[in-house]
Design a protein around this ligand. Structure first.
Ligand code: AMP
Ligand code: MG
Length: 317
């Protein structure tokens, strides 16, 4: 890992690292983000591994401008209005995920939505412009630890996990972005309170913002999300010999010619398995099968998040 001052040359170096699948910590106006190319499933899998997250909660994709966001993701007038008032800034919009979306399925945690933001930080914006692709950037700290507001915090907690830290001094706000679900214009929802307040939003859209029923972080909360992660077919775990007619999602064995056999990772690589997880589940479902059987996955590293997700998919509905 290297700590680099945020010169133009170093920003280009950081963008190249991201383009090649590297992890780069950089300052935003909220906290230091741990960046990865949002369109690279493997790089996104590495984010979950580096943060040691036991679950795949969805990540926010950062863009250099509103124009860049809406060029990728079709949206509604309310979302555009909020964007024109609060971007660049500490507001995240949750929008429908387009069918041809370039953003990794892992960043959406398998859901049909994407979360997007344009940060108001000179260095972050320069980096995003140099990239030309969206960058996921959860806070650059291990899961459950305090968010970092300077390069030194990041280095202390994450040194062995990341490639570059762009040092941009202290982050001003230290508070994570407000998250607004904008998918339904008649039900604009505040998913996470933050620096942009409910009343500021209501003043712009001229109607009330709805609070989720019980949990400020509703869509990320496991119970609420169970159905989003569930394939149509029934799913069973820890299967070594699949029943006839089931789609078998294997791990750590060579893939057979059987079209009903999909593989998370032939070599038993958990990063690769994480990167393939949601696509495998979608592919399995697309066959129209009644049953999906999944190999045992070791309960270590990214295996914990994979098992967590499979367990939800296997839960009775
Ligand atoms: P952060 O930890 O700042 O990167 O923020 C991630 C948070 O953004 C998640 O925990 C969710 O609360 C929210 N989020 C990201 N993507 C989505 C999404 N597709 N749907 C709903 N909330 C999302
Ligand atoms: Mg965080």
């Amino acid at each position: 890992m290297t700590i680099l001052t945020a010169s133009d040359a170093h920003i280009r170096q950081a963008a190249d690292s991201l383009r090649n699948g590297g992890l780069v910590a950089f300052p935003t106006e909220t906290v230091y983000g741990l960046g990865a190319n949002a369109c690279d499933e493997h790089a996104v899998a590495n984010i979950y591994a580096a943060k040691n997250r036991p679950q795949f909660n969805p990540l926010i994709s950062h863009y250099a401008s509103s124009e860049a966001v809406f060029a990728d993701i079709d949206s509604n007038p309310t979302a555009r209005m909020l964007a024109s008032h609060f971007w660049p800034g500490p507001m995240t919009l949750v929008l429908d995920r387009p069918t041809d979306c370039q953003i990794s399925t892992l960043a959406s945690a398998g859901q049909n939505s994407v979360a997007v933001r344009v940060p108001a930080h000179r260095i972050a914006l320069k980096l995003l412009s140099a990239c030309g692709f969206p960058v996921v950037a959860p806070s650059a700290n291990p899961s459950g630890k305090i968010s970092p507001s300077c390069a030194e915090h990041v280095a202390r907690a994450m040194a062995d996990k990341i490639d570059i830290i762009l040092d941009g001094g202290w982050c001003e706000r230290g508070l994570e972005s407000t998250v607004i679900d904008c998918r339904d214009e008649d039900h604009i929802m505040l998913l996470r309170p933050g620096p942009v307040t409910k009343s500021e939003i209501e003043a712009i859209i001229e109607r009330p913002v709805i609070l989720p029923a019980h949990d400020s972080n509703m869509p990320a909360s496991p119970g609420q999300l169970a159905s989003h992660y569930a394939p149509d077919a029934r799913l069973i775990m820890d299967v070594t010999t699949p029943p006839d007619g089931a789609v078998y999602i294997s791990f750590g064995v060579a893939k057979t010619d059987n079209p009903l056999n999909l593989s998370l990772s032939e070599t038993g690589n958990l990063h690769e398995a994480a990167a393939n997880l949601f696509n495998c589940l979608h592919q399995a479902d697309a066959t129209g099968c009644d049953l999906i059987a999944v190999s045992p996955i070791p309960q270590t590293g990214l295996g914990r998040a994979i098992n967590d997700r499979l367990k939800r998919a296997a839960a009775p509905r």
